[in-house]
Design a protein around this ligand. Structure first.
Ligand code: ADP
Length: 306
């Protein structure tokens, strides 16, 4: 298999591990900076070049780019798809996953549990909007926040109103959720590949914080997710359209609730906590799913008689 990894940094742990796992299994792999890929779009075919040379016939492609390059990166990913590459995380799903609001709507529509969530636009509606949610504590999140940045806990109605007004003033998109107190600062990251949870870890927030993100000082330990939690995680990834996903669950009194479905989940935390070869699992999944030959998709020439 010939594999492309769309990443801006070859030194990142996840990128390195995917390269290593692919080479160990005898595959050809190349890391491409999505911002150096340039494309020709025409009804007679799709072409891509990279630093002056053509890019063609990659069997599979994995997006590993940051939120800041989502738009361009997704266009590159879509071009690979048009050229016949297998994308376990296709561009449409990748874009969806990076929009929390949309994901929540899709998950709720499929009956998947999540913290009750409200959002609105007009400042005149703030009081009524918060009333739809119920009394604080509330969790207020930036719609495009990552790694716990832009996730706030408010304990009084005046604090909720103040934060909402401040975010509006900054033209930020956000959502407000019920606070799941019984989770006690812990969440569960389930690493989904295909129809399976390859590994799971519990992340515990540091003292004084409710956010368990590892980037915020959370501590990770390997855990066995229950059958119910695995089923919810796999279903959530499927609803968003992702073959590879980090699904964050919170354990609530009413069962597992989905906090987030991450389309480019980091490998370092989960491999360190579980000791599992998650990168290898991803590569094996790709190898089992690539189409036999990936060729640029071209329109058949129309013959004159037709
Ligand atoms: P990000 O995408 O920035 O990681 P999350 O929605 O995953 O944002 O929230 C970050 C962390 O905050 C979670 O891992 C969890 O520990 C905590 N958290 C988020 N939402 C809630 C909630 N509704 N109730 C309790 N804790 C929450």
């Amino acid at each position: 298999m010939k594999l492309a990894i769309l990443s801006r940094n070859t030194k990142l742990y996840s990128t390195r591990r995917l390269v290593e796992a692919a080479r160990q299994r005898g595959h050809t792999v190349r890391v491409l900076d999505p911002l150096r890929c340039y494309m020709r779009i025409s009804s007679d075919g799709f072409a891509m070049r990279y630093k002056g040379k053509p890019i063609e016939a990659y069997d599979a492609v994995i997006p590993r780019f940051a939120a800041s390059v989502t738009r361009y990166g997704n266009a590159v990913l879509h071009q690979f798809e048009q050229m016949g590459s297998y994308a376990p995380n296709p561009s449409a799903a990748f874009a969806r996953a990076r929009d929390k609001l949309r994901c929540h709507q899709l998950l709720a529509a499929e009956g998947i549990g999540l913290p009750v969530t409200v959002f609105g636009d007009n400042p005149d509606d703030t009081d009524d909007l918060l009333a739809m949610l119920g009394p604080p504590p509330h969790v207020i999140k930036l719609n495009e926040g990552m790694q716990g940045a832009g996730v706030m806990l408010t304990e009084k109605p005046s604090a909720s109103r103040g934060v909402v007004e401040a975010l509006r003033g900054l033209y930020a998109n956000f959502l407000v959720q019920e606070f799941i107190a019984e989770a006690q600062g812990a969440d569960l990251r389930c690493f989904v590949v295909g129809d399976r949870v390859l590994g799971a870890m519990q992340r515990q927030a540091p003292a004084g914080d409710f956010r368990s993100n590892l980037h915020r000082g959370g501590i990770a330990t390997a855990v066995e997710a229950t059958a119910d939690e695995c089923a919810v995680a796999v279903r959530a990834a499927k609803v968003v359209g992702l073959g590879i996903a980090g699904v964050d669950l919170i354990r609530s009194a009413r069962g597992p609730l989905v906090l987030e479905v991450n389309a480019s989940p980091g490998l370092e935390g989960i491999e360190a906590a579980t000791g599992l070869d998650i990168a290898g699992g991803i590569v094996e999944h790709l190898a089992a799913h690539v189409r036999p030959v990936a060729r640029p998709r071209r329109r058949r020439p129309v013959s004159n008689g037709n």
